[in-house]
Write a protein that binds this ligand. Sequence first.
Ligand SMILES: Nc1ncnc2c1ncn2[C@@H]1O[C@H](COP(=O)(O)OP(=O)(O)OP(=O)(O)O)[C@@H](O)[C@H]1O
Length: 679
Amino acid sequence: MIFDATTHHHAQKIYSHVDKKGLAEKLEAQIARSWERCLQSYRIDPEAPRKPLIIEHAELTDHRERIDELLGDFAKEEMAQLYQRILGSGYSVILTNSDGIIVSYVGDPTLTEYFNRSGLLPGAIWTEEKEGTNGIGTCLYEKSPVIVCREEHFRTSHTILTCSAAPVFDAQGELLAVLDVSSTSAQDSRESHRHTAALVNISARQIENFGFMRQCQSHWVLRFHPKPYYIGHFTEGLLAVDETGLIIAANQNALHHFNKTRGEIVGKNISDLLTTNLTLLTSYTNRQPNGLQIVYDVQHGHPFHTQLQFPQRRSSSIPNANIQRISSTQMPFCMSLEALAGKDPIMTFNVRHAQKVMNKSIPILLQGETGTGKEALAKAIHEASQRKHKPFVALNCAAIPEALIESELFGYKHGAFTGARREGMRGKILQSHGGTLFLDEIGDMPLTLQTRLLRVLEEKAVVPLGSEMPVAVELTVISATHHQLPKLIAEGKFREDLYYRLNGITLTLPPLRERNDIDTLIRCALAAENFDNESIEIEAEAFNLLVAYQWPGNIRQLRNVIRTALALRTGNLVTRHELPTDITYRTAVTLPDRTLVQLDNANIATTTATIPHITVPPVMHAQPTITDMPDLDAAEKNVILQALEHHRWNITNTAVSLKMSRNTLYRKMKKHAIALSNA
Ligand SMILES: Nc1ncnc2c1ncn2[C@@H]1O[C@H](COP(=O)(O)OP(=O)(O)OP(=O)(O)O)[C@@H](O)[C@H]1O
């Protein structure tokens, strides 16, 4: 930056504007507010020279993955289209995440160096706190479209830029990203940029609507607009509804069309807002798949043209009270924090307590037998918390060799040790910055690492291997173990001070055999494992055998049994013959003949099926002896080895292909003495 009279004049203009409360200069209100924030809240010196703040490549990759998850490739395609529309004007098109970090960039290759020097490059941070008034940062703060033209920038070094930025919100109305177009042309004025700003706003709405459809793909989505030809247009309203017709999400346009706030729409039934309901809408769409139906705004009587989109992978017929379907898309519903509370008093207690502490940086310790749903609860807490848009990062302390946990957790600088990645690695702790770090099997963490973890928790900073510079981290930890930590402390295997650090609150998950909502869990498991989305019925006899079984492997075992039963069934009926002998022999039940239990998919998390009364006599322990098992064991080992080979020993892909969790895969590998070093 050149320090000359012009530079100084720019800074003086800002001081005098803020001092004289706007009397010195006529300014856009957004710019005036931002200048005040920069001087009074962030205390930035407008003349201070500044280098762009760029995050590390590995961190940028994490941010990109998170955005891609929510917006898919559409954001990049829309940016490319926008760039084509303004081609030749010397502009760059930029997408940042909600932290103001540039995650995508499309620009004139001949100007790349020029933009890079101005700090407009992937990984650069453009919040107002860091860069003063600017298109991206001010848009993030204002949560509305902004134009920041040349001298309206706060930092003198940015006054060569003209930027138009528009916010992109997620389906819940939270700010997700900012789309920005910047230029360095001296010809640009606020007026000449209005056309560009309009294009940016249209593209931001397109990205937002596409993101909405992606985020709500397991629900019904009602598209609506007062004019029929605007269905599919960036101004269309979108409402996502669950199977009872309850509105669970709305886009910005929907609020505008109803002239209501989000709070006045989300949580209402669709029939409270429109002269229709989900059954009428689905039956119309079944008859006329691409037709538009006219319905009326209940409050004002205005007509809306509507089109219903069925959930992807869910049955597209009208919910029917007699023939109930089980659908895999109910999985998220079953696994939400509210749904996990179920009807079991201990789980309800756990969920209520989790809700009270989840936004207060209080560490949560989950205790329970293997397979009781500790990781599922940790994820649900994260998803229900204010951190839901930040990463959920899990580390299984028992599954990773001791030598690797350290680098996995704390990360390393490039060249920290032989074999280290050239660009270094951000450890799990830094990856979870602002989100949730889930430390599974914490009781198995080696003592030396417990000491380092304790230091991180106390100092809220990480020192990556090979580095001396601590990096500040915003850390919320949920840890889990099947061990009794106080017992490990007494045995000298776990640090007492770490235990108190991790145990802001302990939630103990009950084993499945002690839960009184096992019927609901069976329904959830059936829904989750019904990948083909078919109508499934289960014989009362089979259902009751499942209810009465003792489940040593808890919910994980239940899921496995149901997965196999669904695969073995003939037609759509699950009978006792598809259940493992372990269950059918052990559980002697007086059963009625072939009464069907129909599974109520509309109320899967809360209803009890009408199960005919049965008596459950004492359990017969007809457990197979170990000598019955070797062939099965060998077959299992073989299947695991083949899958590992097929997926080149990638644990995540192998676990997905075998439909088991990574933890289970690690456990089975341990059981069969398959070491990762086999690779
Ligand atoms: N309420 C539920 N309904 C249906 N499936 C569930 C529920 N809770 C957990 N599951 C499923 O059960 C399996 C085991 O759950 P999870 O991995 O959370 O258990 P865990 O206690 O963490 O196990 P481990 O101690 O072995 O790590 C997973 O497939 C999970 O998706």
